[in-house]
Each structure stands twice: as C-alpha cells, then as structure tokens.
Design a protein around this ligand. Sequence first.
Ligand code: MG
Length: 388
Amino acid sequence: MRIVDIRETAIPLKSKLANSSFDFSEMTTSVVAVITDVIRDGKPVCGFAFNSTGRYACGAQMRERFIPRIMAAAPDTLLDASGKNLDPDKIVAAMMRREKIGGDAERSIGIGTIDVAVWDAVAKIADKPLHRVLAERFSGGKVPDQVFCYVGGGWYWPGQTIKDLQDEMRRHLDAGYTLVKMKVGGLPLDQDVKRLEAVLDVVGSGEHLAVDANGKFQRDEALAYAKALAPFKLHWFEEPCHPLDLALHAELASVYAPSLATGENLYSTQDVANLVHFGGWRADRDIVQVDPPQAYGIGQYARTLDMLAARGWQRTSLLPHGGNQMSLSIAAGFGLGGAESYPGVFGDFGGFADDARVENGAITLSERPGIGFEGQAALYKIMRELAD
Ligand code: MG
C-alpha cells in the first residue's frame, strides 16, 4: 500500500470573537487530506485533519517541504511491520529530514496536522475509531465510552452585556456541561471581576468555572489577577502570562494556591519539560493543555506524556486544547483528564459529531472508524471537497 497524494487548503474560520489579546477576524486553518490506495466501499481511504484553532494556516511549509519529503520516500519505508498500514512515526521522520533542531513552532503545526491526518487513515485502514487504536497502543487497551468535556467560552464580543455572558453560560449548563471557562484580561481587573461574579451566580461556585487570560499579562498585572482570583477557588487560571516566561510561571505557582493551566502555546516535548522543571508547574494540581496537531502530532504527544510520567505527572492533568474531534479522540485514547469544547463558535471547525451527546459534563464517543469527521456533516463536506 502507499500514500497516493497529500492535499492541503486554507479555510477562513469567519469568527467575530476576541480574547484578551486579539480577534479572530482573519483566522484561517489548514485542512489536510492524506489519500491512500487502500479501497473501502469502492473508495480510497483518506485521512483528514486540520490545524486546530488559534494558529493560522500553514500550507507553505507543507507544500514546500513536508508533503514533497513524504512523497519522495520509497512507499515501503513508510509502512508498519505488517506492511498493510502506515507507520506514523516513519512518516514524521521523513518530514523531519534536513530540519535543524529547535524553532519548533515554525514546523510543528504543519507536521502535526499531517501526522493527525495520517493517524485518521491508519485507524480507518484498521477499521477502528482512532480513540480505540490509541488506547490499544498507548493506554493498555482501556477504551472509555465517554470523556469529560468542558466549554472554552466566555469570549468578548462587540456589544456584549453581562446578561449576554450569563445567558451563554446558562446555555452551556442546559446543554449538559458542568465546567465552563471564560476569558479574562480583555477589560480592567475590576470589570473582569464583575463579569466573573456574574458568571459565578449562574454556575454556582468556583469549581465549575475556569478563566483564561491568553498569555496577556506582564508581571504586575499577572500577580494582581492572581491575588484577586485566588479567593474564588476557580477550577483553573489559564495562560496568565507569556507561555515562555518560566520565571513568572514559577513565581505565580508559588503565590497562587489553586490550579494554573497552560500549554496550548508549547510546541515540543522540551517546551513542556521546561514548564514543569523551570516553570514551577505542580503535578498535584496544575494542568497541561498541549494541542497535539499543533505540536508535531500524536507520536510526539505520547513522548510528552512519557516525559511527564517520569516526573510524577498523571495523565488526568492533561486536557488538550482544541475543542474538536481530534483532541477528543486523543483525550479518550490516552485516558486524559478531558477535552475542550467550543459549542457554536469557530463555525464548521468547532464541535464534535452531529450525534454526540453531552450529559453530566461528559461527551459520548462514536464508533466511526478514524477520528470520526464523517459524523460532522458541515466539516466533512469541506474535507471531502479537498479529497475528491
Ligand atoms: Mg486558552
């Protein structure tokens, strides 16, 4: 068997939302199709992925370097030991040829997105859902039938009132979620605290609420927010400062007792090792949120988990960023703490299978082979057009 073609295209997300630092009006994502010569139901098996949300499309690197390197490799050198399926690690190794060490973010998103599309194809060829393939390979075969899922919401948008924000949170609770997240840092501290108190009125207590500053704060503001937020005992305080300001992470971890979270802007296992080694991240309470398609993909994610396990971290402390079926499959397959959800935002790229149900904060998984994009009609239409 072999890969016949790899295609990519950039699609706008068409979002009006903003976090503390930027708006999403120009945001795009790369959709990838890995087309194989394996035939199922009269059609070639295709693996699909997109580069999650929050980083722009990265087609240039894929077209100029990663796709040509895969297509130039002898097809047999990209197969697993059975010779009947692809070996994702060998495909990543082909993409990494002639790449200098470091500078990970320049390439980790393109490589990670292609890698996740390869895994989608691998699971389809095995005729299993991706979460089952991952559980068998990386989690002792433990296959859950649901995954804890929280809402990444509470965005700022033009003309929004506090009542609008409360209504949004009520919708999330009514939809079956038990943990919601809201943005902070887009308004002065006193106004952000008013927003937060209004949301707490809806969700009941701090254990049902997390906040996300999207890396905006310098030291003084980060410490001021930490002091103001601590009494609310929130589920976590996410990205309080620049993701690589490890000294400030460590300082915050030394003064802020509840949980901190970060990781969606870390792109390598070494970045995460630095966070826990130098950033003071606490294995007994803090959260790591690496987004696998943006950080070299699933094989690298497994190595990050191994690195963390060696330092005393449980997999339940990991909740991948992304709010999509890729992160959901990965959370289920590796037995992580849960997944994020973006109901009603990011258009066709936010959300899960059309028939997924949320109950008591957990989302159901499907038995569709692969990641399951076939069960997400609007997104699958985009993917199918790329492959056909
Ligand atoms: Mg975030």
